[in-house]
Design a protein around this ligand. Sequence first.
Ligand SMILES: NC(=O)c1ccc[n+]([C@@H]2O[C@H](COP(=O)([O-])OP(=O)(O)OC[C@H]3O[C@@H](n4cnc5c(N)ncnc54)[C@H](OP(=O)(O)O)[C@@H]3O)[C@@H](O)[C@H]2O)c1
Length: 342
Amino acid sequence: MDRIRVGVLGATGNVGQQFVGMLVDHPWFELTALAASERSVGKRYCDVAKWRAERELPSEVGEEVVLPVDPGKVDADLVFSALPADLALKVEAEFADAGFVVASNARSYRMFDDVPLMIPEVNPEHLGLLEVQQDTRGWDGCIVTNPNCSTIIMVTTLAALRGFGLESVQVATMQALSGAGYEGVASMAILDNVLVHIPMEEEKMETETLKLLGEFDGERVIDAEISVSASCHRVAVMDGHTEALWVKMRDDPTPEEVREAFHGFDADLHDLPSEPERVIIVRDEEDRPQPRLDRNAGGGMSVSVGRIREGIRYIAMGHNTIRGAAGASVLNAELLHKKGIL
Ligand SMILES: NC(=O)c1ccc[n+]([C@@H]2O[C@H](COP(=O)([O-])OP(=O)(O)OC[C@H]3O[C@@H](n4cnc5c(N)ncnc54)[C@H](OP(=O)(O)O)[C@@H]3O)[C@@H](O)[C@H]2O)c1
């Protein structure tokens, strides 16, 4: 299999660093370009990235010179985007138009009718939208997106429960600081505190979920008919979003049946390199999952669940910058490659 040359747009940020960490030794992808803002362009990556990913920054990557986010300057077949949303709207279209495959974390294109919003274990058939997208927009490349970090953790668990007939979901989140980006939340605001509003987060959870669990009819995705109500909060945890969920289902399953559905959930992706051994890990201890103990399960790609009670109520937890961001995009790109789209 030929190696695919990949670049990272927004490589110096929180999510960009996780991309770099996941791509340096990737069996299919070769990291050929690191791009960021004018503040970083022309400087060595190790001098401008405030490195905090799980693994050490390899010295050969640290010596790389940062490029501008310009399709003419980036030598790659695919770019992973970890750009701020307002910028991503313009830049991702320029890259797709120039023939690049863009795997994006930003919210900018997630809800467009012709753009796949993907979790490979949940809705791989939505990749069919790429044909519609290229016909509509006349791009040689394309854009595929992954959901918001809180949404992906919740929807992965809901996908395991689809067979019981999902009717309504209520969720309260406790979200990590890294979800706000490096400069995101002032220490004076978050220490000894809980922030009870995260701009646009509740709307994203309530709308993206319907598209992700919707049906692709060959031309478009028809939203799932589920009611979703979210309340989102920022807490002083470095990485790992925790969510308390209440789920109503037509078949009214018992907690034991729900536990079995989580435990048995297997996406059958046939060995994508970043696919965790278990998509969902059931924690039976009464005080799990917890971010510090469970966020790195499955290399940060597994979602942990626990405290499954009558109702049905449970807790879900996952690594927001890996499963909720960089890892989600890398898994999308692996699926594209496996399907021959790259
Ligand atoms: N953090 C999460 O858990 C998470 C989860 C899912 C999705 N996302 C999304 O992923 C994206 C990145 O989030 P983040 O948390 O990694 O943010 P971040 O830490 O603030 O990083 C932003 C990145 O974008 C670059 N950038 C900023 N302005 C730019 C400009 N004008 N031109 C070119 N590059 C520019 C920055 O480069 P410089 O260093 O040079 O300024 C940096 O590399 C956002 O769209 C976010 O909503 C984040």
